[in-house]
Design a protein around this ligand. Structure first.
Ligand SMILES: [Zn+2]
Ligand SMILES: [Zn+2]
Ligand SMILES: [Zn+2]
Length: 364
């Protein structure tokens, strides 16, 4: 993610901040500008009593009166929405169908963690201009249910997340149980969003043939494949074909794991670029926006040196590798397909990009 700064004093601020620690300005996230903005009080809403409204500090001619999303009241959202709109929720909270039951202990804390992760996902979707409100497809909106003791998963556009995934101790237990060292809330959300975008960008966009050539036939019995994965474990040779063990369970899971991995890469590269962490020895134009202008080859050419640097840093601190992955040639092709379907919406299908001759081994 890019760096944000307080538009009053220039102090670096986080994506989740509502106040600048340096100058005390009120801050909010403007989902049109995709930026954190400093706000000036503009009184109270005329339509909703007790709701404060704001203008941006130094507003431009097109800037409108704003208010916080209704979920700001619970400390779970800092996104802004135009005062003129009747919807009380921001673009991201508008996707929620079920929120945690706040009368249960720990639920507010869990919801905050869930929202922070979901906002990061939605930020990436907005940067890619990916459709999620259902208006551009017949698949309906991307929808989130945050439910306790539910099975985390996806069905017909609805992403269900077990609220206990937000509990660090429970997540650690499941991380060990399922042998998923990279299990994280954001990883879950990215994975499950992948199932939604498979419907929109592959199935609905008529790219099934190309998908099947790369990932295999998704018409294989899904329930039987998952049961097999959970009883006998992953395919023994999964490391030769997939980004993760779970990806070997079924082509749909392979796609969702690959999609999540791609979003991890893009967000991490965007952050590295914003922090000036890239570029050592790279003969590439690092001003290219990782979300819009780079080819997949360039993205990988930037990604690999970054992961080596991150692993080296981790080793310097006496920790395990930060990025304990090796991307085999066929997973490279799968990531390239994700890149193509995100960037090639509305375009003709293109021939598959050639896989590199050798496996990309990221262990220095
Ligand atoms: Zn400030
Ligand atoms: Zn919101
Ligand atoms: Zn899945």
């Amino acid at each position: 993610m890019k760096n944000f700064a307080c538009s009053n004093c220039g102090n670096t601020v986080y994506f989740e901040n509502v106040k600048c620690v340096n100058c005390g300005s009120t801050l909010g996230f403007d989902s049109g500008e995709l930026s954190i903005v400093a706000l000036a009080d503009a009184g109270m809403s005329e339509t909703a009593p007790d709701v404060p409204i704001f203008r941006k500090l130094n507003p431009g001619p097109d800037d409108v009166v704003l208010r916080y999303c209704a979920n700001a009241e619970f400390g779970v959202c800092n996104w802004l929405t135009p005062e003129s709109e009747s919807n009380i929720f921001c673009k991201a909270c508008d996707l929620n169908r079920i929120i945690p039951n706040l009368s249960e202990p720990g639920s507010l804390h869990a919801w905050r963690a869930l929202e922070h992760a979901k906002k990061r996902l939605v930020y990436s979707l907005l940067r890619f201009s990916l459709p999620f409100d259902g208006s551009a497809s017949s698949k309906g909106s991307l929808t989130f249910d945050f439910v306790r003791n539910a099975l985390t998963g996806h069905l017909d556009g609805v992403v269900t997340i077990d609220v206990s995934e937000a509990d660090a101790v429970e997540r650690e237990r499941q991380r060990k149980h399922f042998d998923e060292p990279y299990r994280s809330l954001l990883g879950h959300l990215r994975h499950e969003s992948g199932h939604y975008y498979w419907m929109v960008l592959v199935d609905e966009a008529q790219r099934l043939e190309e998908f099947r050539e790369i990932f295999g036939d998704e018409r294989d019995d899904y329930d039987a494949a998952l049961a097999r994965h959970h009883s006998s474990g992953p395919a023994p040779d999964w490391q030769e074909r997939h980004v993760s063990a779970y990806a070997s369970a079924h082509p749909w899971e392979d796609w969702a794991e690959t999609w999540a991995h791609y979003l991890h890469m893009v967000d991490a590269l965007d952050t590295a670029a914003a922090e000036g962490m890239e570029g050592h020895g790279l003969r590439l134009d690092l001003r290219d926006d990782i979300y819009s202008t780079v080819t997949f080859e360039t993205l990988m050419a930037r990604w690999i040196p970054l992961t080596i640097a991150l692993n080296s840093l981790s080793r310097s601190m006496g920790h395990d590798d930060f990025y304990p992955f090796v991307i085999p040639g066929s997973a490279y092709d799968k990531l390239a397909f994700v890149h193509r379907v995100i960037h090639g919406r509305g375009e003709q299908q293109q021939p598959a990009e050639a896989a590199p001759a050798e496996t990309l081994n990221l262990t220095p």
